[in-house]
Design a protein around this ligand. Structure first.
Ligand code: AMP
Length: 416
């Protein structure tokens, strides 16, 4: 059998369905594995022209995911080339944490928040134990399966760390989740960058909105200092040696109670440790998981009982397919999983707000630790607090992308 025949045989195994989303490096499709009947997600990565060489992002993702087998990390089931594209086959995940956070019909109890965050940290701990930095932690990279299990996904920016002196690019993470050492241009950094992003995720779960929303890197630092205060030399002795260090006018930290009004004292204590400025003294993932927040009542909700967005209706996928086209199905629009009911509609590259029920402009927060599930009410959000047009979530700048790709490829080709 020729190489092409083998490729075709593998590709024919999957019945392609609708598009689930689009990442930086390719489209993700839903598909059925006809051999097992399992629903899967297939990421199609353009391999590019021959002269551009191998796609290192894809190789990195495959290499690292093969090392990281865990219930809280997305499973890479298979990888195969077909028609000049590389196809990565993943277990199918129903939704993601961003969709949960943004769904105004979902009430998150303190136990639910604890459970989602505990699974996030458990996945991250496996990465760090294997010396892998994720470098793109954010709610929409935390996928959630039909059993409520949360799994870390999108390892396209992930990287092995731990060799002293090894330099990396600081242009990683979506800006709102970027640690201050990265914003100041650090080239040598460690697991603390993922820990900072985890702190942003916990604060976002608690407040139901992104915690630090800068609209440029400089503004991001400004937003951090406005809330957490400008770091003093005693808090962060190495700060002034960072490549892009600039002095910011002094601001005092706001009380955590004010920043996250609905959080328990334990949650606030954990937050303050996740947001430690000096990466050398920032809490580790292991220490965070051992924090009393996870053992105090209410205990983390059983994942199977966690609230998740209502399943989407499927509709016909009009796109032509390279893989074996499946039966006519009902499929949602492109980027469907990022479209939140009554909140934002993803329209090309711009978000716009749909008409929403403002519920008299009231915000109903997840109440204190003793809220029972019977008292659950759907969260209603006053969208005027977001302004007329919610800020679109920054990812890695598209302008930075080819530059970043070159840097990532160099990191991959020249491991010390
Ligand atoms: P990525 O390139 O990994 O960021 O994926 C792009 C988008 O595809 C994500 O934002 C998800 O909406 C969707 N997606 C990725 N992996 C899966 C999966 N395993 N199951 C379901 N949807 C996925």
């Amino acid at each position: 059998m020729s190489e092409n025949d083998v490729e075709k045989k593998v590709a024919d195994r999957y019945l392609k369905r609708e598009i689930l989303g689009e990442g930086t490096y390719g489209v993700v499709y839903k598909a059925i594995d006809t051999k097992t009947g399992q629903t899967v997600a297939i990421k199609k990565i353009r391999l590019g022209k021959q002269k551009e060489g191998v796609n290192f992002t894809a190789l990195r993702e495959i290499k690292l995911l093969k090392e990281l087998k865990d219930p809280n990390i997305i499973e890479l089931i298979d990888a195969f080339p077909h028609k000049g594209n590389l196809h990565l086959v993943f277990e199918f995940m129903e939704t993601d944490l961003e969709a949960v956070i943004r769904d105004p019909n979902i009430f998150l109890s303190p136990g639910d928040i604890k459970s989602y965050f505990q699974m996030t940290l458990k996945g991250l701990l496996v990465c760090h134990k294997k010396w892998v930095l994720h470098r793109d932690m954010k709610p929409n990279n935390l996928l959630i399966g039909s059993n409520g299990q949360l799994k870390l996904a999108d390892f396209g920016l992930a990287r092995i760390f731990g060799s002293p002196g090894r330099k990396f690019t600081h242009q990683v993470f979506a800006r709102w989740y970027r640690a201050p050492e990265l914003l100041f241009g650090a080239k040598q950094y460690g697991a603390g960058v993922d820990v900072w992003a985890a702190g942003c995720i916990l604060a976002e779960l608690l407040n139901r909105r992104p915690f630090l929303q800068g609209d440029s890197d400089i503004d991001q630092l400004g937003k951090i200092f406005q809330k957490l205060g400008t770091p003093t030399p005693s808090q962060w002795p190495d700060l002034e040696w960072l490549p892009d260090f600039v002095e910011y006018s002094s601001q005092t930290a706001q009380p955590w109670r004010k920043l996250c009004p609905t959080a328990s004292d334990d949650a606030l204590d954990l937050l303050s440790k996740l947001f430690t400025y000096d990466p050398k003294t920032r809490i580790t993932v292991q220490q965070a998981l051992e924090h009393r927040y996870f053992t105090s009542v209410p205990l983390p909700t059983d994942p199977a009982k966690l609230p998740r967005p209502a399943p989407k209706r499927e509709s016909h996928n009009p796109r032509t397919s390279d893989l074996h086209e499946g039966p006519t199905v009902l499929s949602p629009k492109k980027k469907a999983r990022r479209v939140m009911p009554d909140r934002e509609v993803f329209d090309g590259n711009a978000y716009h707000v749909d008409k929403i029920d403002q519920h008299g402009g009231e915000i109903r927060w997840a109440a204190g630790d003793n809220t029972s599930r019977n008292e659950q009410v759907p969260m209603s959000v006053d969208f005027s607090i977001f302004g007329a047009k919610p800020m679109s979530r920054p990812t890695i700048n598209s302008a930075d992308r080819s530059h970043l790709k070159r840097k990532l490829d160099l990191e991959f080709q020249h491991p010390e």
